[in-house]
Write a protein that binds this ligand. Structure first.
Ligand code: AMP
Length: 384
């Protein structure tokens, strides 16, 4: 039996799932949330039985990992007798900078590099590093694999990833477009190829990951050639609490008006986007509810959201030189039919001209991480 454990740490959460490979059967999955807050919360699901939910107190990610391991070993809620049964762990790492272009087995040197990239993803890389460190300690001898959200976009050509800024800023600080959500974009692009029953090499696909964070990617021959998120996940289309593209002079203007850097950071990451424009919520379900009650701010938030997505899709059809499939995924992309229809209606002319299929594909980042980690472990075994 080959077990691959997948861990996906956020700033205050750890999602986990245990896969039997190579079948990719998920035996259990769960989410430990609100780590470090007064009360944390865990939802744990063992396949074939009802969910186990509990309010508890977990101070930090390390303690969280310990608790998750205890559940994996639990007689009723788990499936393992010993943690040594795990063949490998796949960790989602958000930022792999320019160095990590594919998944890798983590060693001391690579871990240091991932730590260095914390400056580029301050909310994500640090908790992911904590989880990796805990696993290296508790699961000695079991390979830990990092799967990067930026890796799928490492194929972007230089003219697509460079900003029109002095070249020295790229050389000195690595200021360039990196792109994110790569695990998801790759997963749904590959699935689109399967559904169209055509080799990925021949396809031009636009993948729209529309969740709380949103990004759009142009995929040509299975490779990402451009993507909407940039140096950080702020760039691109509008999102739940982030503005997407806007004139950077606005930041200078606000600084001159006396806004602090911290305040602007908070404003751009937590207070903008659907929430900022609507004044209602960052959650599209709430916005749609208000929209039906003719709330004008909810309407405008929705209009901006749709319009900006259409602009990106239009531009990406242009650089792809055609389109075979337009794919929607993640919370909004999968569940908001009305929004999908609005987006497509405005693009009717392009969709008709290209003959593109519109697909809704459920993204499963955990499964993709398990697949990538397993492929790497298998190769390692062969080369031994
Ligand atoms: P994600 O980040 O992928 O979890 O997506 C979160 C976004 O998806 C939020 O804006 C939700 O409103 C939206 N969403 C999630 N589930 C549903 C659903 N069943 N129906 C409509 N919208 C949903």
């Amino acid at each position: 039996m080959v077990w691959v454990l997948v861990l996906n740490a956020g700033s205050s959460s750890i999602k986990y799932s245990l896969f039997k490979m190579p079948e990719e059967d998920c035996f259990l999955r769960g989410n430990l949330e609100r780590i470090g807050e007064r009360f944390s919360f865990i939802k744990h699901m063992l396949s074939g039985s009802g969910p186990f939910q509990k309010r508890l107190k977990i101070a930090h990610h390390r303690e969280g990992i310990n608790f998750i391991f205890s559940l994996l070993l639990d007689k009723e809620k788990g499936v393992l007798k010993n943690l040594k049964e795990i063949s490998g762990v796949g960790h989602r790492v958000v930022h792999g900078g320019e160095v990590f272009r594919q998944p890798c087995i983590i060693n001391k040197k690579r871990l240091l590099k991932i730590k260095e990239y914390s400056i580029l993803a301050p909310l994500h890389n640090p908790p992911q590093v904590s989880v990796i460190e805990a696993c290296l300690e508790y699961l000695k001898g079991i390979p830990q694999v990092a799967v990067f959200d930026t890796a799928f976009h490492s194929t972007l050509p230089k003219y697509a990833f460079l900003y029109g800024l002095p070249y020295e800023l790229y050389e000195k600080f690595g200021i360039r477009k990196y792109g994110f959500h790569g695990i998801s974009h790759q997963y749904v692009a590959e699935e689109a190829g399967r559904r169209l029953k055509r080799p990925l090499q021949d396809l031009k696909i636009i993948t729209c990951h529309l969740g709380n964070g949103c990004s759009i990617t142009a995929v040509k021959g299975g490779k990402s050639i451009d993507t909407s998120m940039g140096f950080t996940p702020l760039e691109g289309v509008m999102m739940g609490t982030r503005p997407g593209d806007f004139d950077p002079s606005i930041i200078l203007f606000l600084l001159k008006k006396g806004y602090s850097i911290e305040k602007i950071d908070h404003l751009l990451n937590k207070k903008s986007g659907l929430l900022g424009l609507s004044g209602v919520s960052n959650d599209m379900r709430d916005i749609m509810r208000q929209l039906r009650r003719n709330n004008l701010r909810a309407q405008i938030a929705c209009d901006v959201f749709v319009y900006r997505i259409q602009k990106y899709i239009g531009a990406y059809v242009g650089i792809l030189g055609g389109l075979d499939a337009l794919v929607f995924t993640a919370g909004i992309g999968e569940n908001q039919k009305e929004l999908r229809e609005r987006i497509c209606k405005g693009l009717n002319f392009l969709l008709k001209a290209t003959g593109a299929r519109v697909l809704v594909i459920h993204t499963d980042e955990e499964q993709s991480i398990a697949r990538q980690a397993y492929a790497l472990l298998k190769n390692e075994d062969k080369s031994k």
